[in-house]
Design a protein around this ligand. Structure first.
Ligand code: TRP
Length: 333
């Protein structure tokens, strides 16, 4: 790790197949940051247990997510790509931080309220303390910046509060992290219900495009995407949420502005536009899919990366835990 660079930490849960939204909103940005920052990109497998998982599937998805990180262009020698459960410090710091977090704070988390409604049969304590584990992830590495989607802002705000509270009692220990919310492409919406975020856990498969969807499936899903009444290809989130989402996707994939898209398709028809969006997405994902297929078929290689990177991550994480243990009054071994 280069000392004069700032540190970035982000995590993705291996709880489903990743979508185009995850790619444009997260993974692609991770790649753009890898030269300028010291980056820790974690497969946060421990977080997934808050919802019941099938063990074999969880293992497979964890490999798959690492393979996707690599396929998207993350260099395993430049970034620390690792599995959360491989570094025991996450669980350790999480316990300590939990004692500096209030029940009231955790009760206010909108994701907790949301998830406890959706999984009413399994409102477990982990679901409640989930943001504390997330705070531990971030604070362990003294991270300066955390790339996150808008839905994680509240959790990051909590991590900042915990860090400040701890620092106030024990003196400067944690770096208080800043959110890093990328501009264009950060919020890709559902193709059928464009007022909802595109989500990998959606039950209707036509709502999302997976990074690994075959070309014909991608084109078909865009063909079926809901548009709006009227015929103009014009950006207007309120009046035309469907078309606006497609404009965002096309602009993001082509790396152009919304105005450029409006100009390119001025006077055009919805059908042709949807076809063009589908094709551009398929073209963008094709090389990633090819590399993904290679990586996922080589578990030995993936395991070697995990082993090497877990060591790198542990070094930093363990030194933070020692510092914390000493400050709170534990006898160091
Ligand atoms: N909670 C995040 C999500 O569901 C995943 C996550 C866990 C995370 N730990 C993190 C993201 C630390 C950023 C930093 O999307």
């Amino acid at each position: 790790m280069t000392p004069d660079k700032k540190t970035i930490f982000s995590g993705v849960q291996p709880s489903g197949n990743l979508t185009l939204g995850n790619y444009l909103g997260a993974l692609r940005n991770f790649c753009r940051l890898q030269d300028e920052y010291n980056c820790y990109y974690c497969v946060v497998d421990m977080h997934t247990l808050t919802v019941r998982q099938n063990p074999e599937e969880l293992r497979e998805r964890s490999y798959a997510l690492l393979a996707l990180y690599l396929a998207c262009g993350l260099d395993p020698d430049k970034n620390v790509l690792f599995l959360q459960s491989h570094v025991h410090s996450h669980a350790e710091l999480s316990w300590v931080l939990g004692c500096y977090t209030y029940m009231g704070e955790l009760s206010r988390m909108t994701q907790f309220k949301d998830k406890s409604q959706r999984h009413a049969d399994n409102i477990n304590a982990g679901l409640f303390t989930y943001p504390v584990l997330m705070a531990a992830d971030i604070l362990l590495y003294k991270s300066d910046l955390v790339p996150i989607g808008a839905d994680q802002k509240q959790h990051l705000e909590l991590a900042r509060n915990i860090a400040e509270r701890f620092n106030a009692v024990y003196g400067d220990t944690f770096v208080v992290p800043e959110p890093f919310i990328p501009g264009n492409g950060a919020r890709i919406m559902s193709l059928q219900e464009p007022d909802k975020k595109m989500s990998k856990s959606d039950t209707n498969v036509n709502n999302f495009v997976l990074i690994t969807d075959p070309r014909d499936v991608i084109i078909k899903k865009f063909k079926k995407a809901v548009t709006d009444s009227g015929a103009e290809i014009r950006y207007d989130e309120n009046e035309k949420p469907g078309i606006s989402n497609l404009i965002n996707i096309y602009a993001s994939v082509k790396d152009v502005t919304r105005q450029d898209v409006e100009k390119e398709f001025e006077g055009g028809r919805y059908g042709d536009f949807k076809k063009a969006v589908g094709e551009s997405v398929a073209d963008t994902l094709a090389p990633i899919q090819e590399r993904y297929a290679e990586f996922i078929s080589d578990k030995t290689y993936l395991e070697s990366i995990l082993r090497r990177n877990a060591e790198k991550a542990s070094e930093k994480a363990e030194s933070t835990v020692r510092e914390v243990y000493e400050k709170v009054g534990f006898i160091l071994k």
